[in-house]
Each structure stands twice: as structure tokens, then as C-alpha cells.
Write a protein that binds this ligand. Sequence first.
Ligand SMILES: Cc1cc2nc3c(=O)[nH]c(=O)nc-3n(C[C@H](O)[C@H](O)[C@H](O)COP(=O)(O)OP(=O)(O)OC[C@H]3O[C@@H](n4cnc5c(N)ncnc54)[C@H](O)[C@@H]3O)c2cc1C
Length: 333
Amino acid sequence: MRVAVVGIGAVGSAACRFLAEAGHTVVGFERFTIGHGLGSSHGESRIIRYAYPEAHYTKLMGQAYPLWDALEQAAGEELFVRCGGLTFGPKEHPELASTRRALEVNRVPHQLLRPEEISERFPAIQLFADEIAIWQSDAGFLRAGAIVRAQARLAEKSGAEMRENTVIESLTELSGFDHVIVCAGAWANTLFPESPLPLTVTRQQVTYLSGELVGYPVWIDMATYWYGFPSDGRIPGVKLARHVPAEVFAPDHPDRPTLESDDDAALAYAVTRLPSLGPEIMHHASCLYTNTPDESFVFDHPRPKITRISACSGHGFKFSILMGKLAAEAATK
Ligand SMILES: Cc1cc2nc3c(=O)[nH]c(=O)nc-3n(C[C@H](O)[C@H](O)[C@H](O)COP(=O)(O)OP(=O)(O)OC[C@H]3O[C@@H](n4cnc5c(N)ncnc54)[C@H](O)[C@@H]3O)c2cc1C
């Protein structure tokens, strides 16, 4: 089959690779260059984890993990750092309780750690006396930008054609293809004026504070939705960000501004939680969240022979390889 893929971010690059490796004729269209920094999939790291308050996401990750392992092997480079992960918060926090249930129901091994155990194992992280942490050893981070580039490279190796700096203005341009997969991220609605989705695009900032955390896990604070990473070995400092939609942002804006107030918020959070970090800002960058009202993903067929897909809402990278595979299957089977 001849399949067009619009948007070569995390999902599109995965879809192109699966299609090309299955022997289909694939053309990928990307409005910028592959690996650009104006969408949602750039940067050094995205958290991967089974620990989710919703058991269906934990279950889906069971299908995504082997795909990441296989990609890393095929690419011949480190794309997944399995450093383990902590999810913590007040003992009675409902999302912490449902995360434990999701892990139990899906039989994912995990451990509960008290504040004194955290200070012993990870002394740079401070838990308060009324808090508890869930430790899960398969968590870690995915090297996001490198993954997009590796998937595109592997797709090309299997015969896919990538057309960079090419904006698809209307899907009628692609009428010669048997199927079109649209994974346009923050631009998802521009190609479907007749069936727009309730999507809100927001600018999200990540901040690297001075300091070093080697041998540390990724972590999520359920009470505040701050989260962070160990030192990633590529950018000096330690990355922190907050999983709360920030200000609404137009994806066609020519750049991705960063705000001093966001850096200040990261520094203020670190004072009590990670006091060895700061006070210098080593690096910061902005990226786009495409949010659905219930933070779930998009996978539909708005027109015949068209699949519209988005691993969005600020938590989709870990699922993007699976969604790319499912889109490739939906297009060809
Ligand atoms: C700050 C931040 C932190 C995050 N942290 C995590 C995390 O820890 N864990 C996690 O799992 N997820 C995380 N996410 C979410 C995850 O990164 C995104 O959901 C995911 O990268 C979305 O990928 P995508 O392929 O749908 O979109 P994108 O990567 O944006 O790809 C869409 C592509 O389509 C192209 N395009 C659009 N329109 C057209 C057109 N008309 N013609 C041609 N090309 C077009 C765009 O240029 C773009 O390259 C985070 C996101 C952000 C912003």
C-alpha cells in the first residue's frame, strides 16, 4: 500500500518505521526538519513508567516496553535509560492509592518506601514525614529527540521517503495515497476544519538547575505534579518541570519563549524537595502540550482512509511507539 504520514514527531516517525519495515511504500511529510524544537518531541528526556493512577495505562505500557527495547537494539544506540522511578506524595493521596492498585492489578513489581528509606537510598530527595513513595525499577527516561531521529533513520533505511520542510495545507494534496495517517501534534486541528477536536495547546517549560544527580531515579510528586530526572549526561544540571497545563499558545508562533517566572518556580520547589540543587539555571526550553479535556489520547478515523492520531496531553511520549504501530496497522489492515 502507499501510505502518507503527516508530521514526523514521536508518533509519525514510529508509524513510518513500522510501515516501511512491513514493506509498504511510505512518504513522511514534516513542516520543519526532523528533530526540530518547535513541537512536542524534542529534548533529552521523557519519563517512561508503568506507575499510573489509571490501570489501563499501566496495562498498555506492557505492550509499549518491548517495542522500546526492540527499537533501541535496532538503532544501536542508548535510547532508554532504565534508572527506576519514584512516585511520591501524602500517604492518603487518592492518586497514589490508585497507582498502587494499578500496579497490583497488572502484577508489576514495586515497593513502598518510607521517608527514612528515601533519605538512605536517595539522600538528595526529601520526603515529608506524612509521605510515602512507590518505587518501580522498570521506570526511567527515553531520549526523546534521539528517538525521533533514530526512527526516521530506520524508516528511511527500509525505503521510506522523508520530505522535510514540507507543510501539508490540505489532505486533498494526498489523494493519490491509499491511506493517510495524520499525527500533526499541536497542529492536529488545522487539517480537519470540518471535525475539530477540543484540543488546547499550551507552552510548557523545563528548567535545568545547577547540581548533579547520578544514580538517581526519575520522580513524580503527586501532590504538586512537579517531576524530574537524574543528570542525563548530555545537558549539565538537573531537569525539573511541572505537569500542569500552562498558558495557551499558538503553535505557529515563530519561537518558543522561556519565562524567568517558570525558572523561579522550579528553584522555589527545589528549596524544600531537592535542596542540593540550584541556584544557577543551567538550561531551559519550552515545548508544546496538546491537551484533550480528559488528558487521554486521540485515535480516530474522521474521514475514510484517514487516521488521526495524537499521543498528547503531556504524557504520550512513552506510548508514542505503540500508537505509531497501531496507526500503521489501522492504515494497512
Ligand atoms: C515539556 C514536556 C514534557 C513532557 N514530558 C513527558 C514525559 O515525561 N513522558 C511522556 O510520556 N510524555 C511527555 N510529554 C508528552 C510527549 O512528549 C508528547 O505527547 C509527544 O512527544 C507528542 O508527539 P507527537 O508525535 O504527537 O507530536 P509532535 O512531536 O509535535 O509531532 C507532530 C509533528 O507534526 C508536524 N506537522 C504538523 N502539522 C504538519 C503539516 N500540516 N504538515 C507537515 N508536518 C506537520 C510538526 O512539525 C511536528 O513535527 C511531554 C511533553 C512536553 C512538551
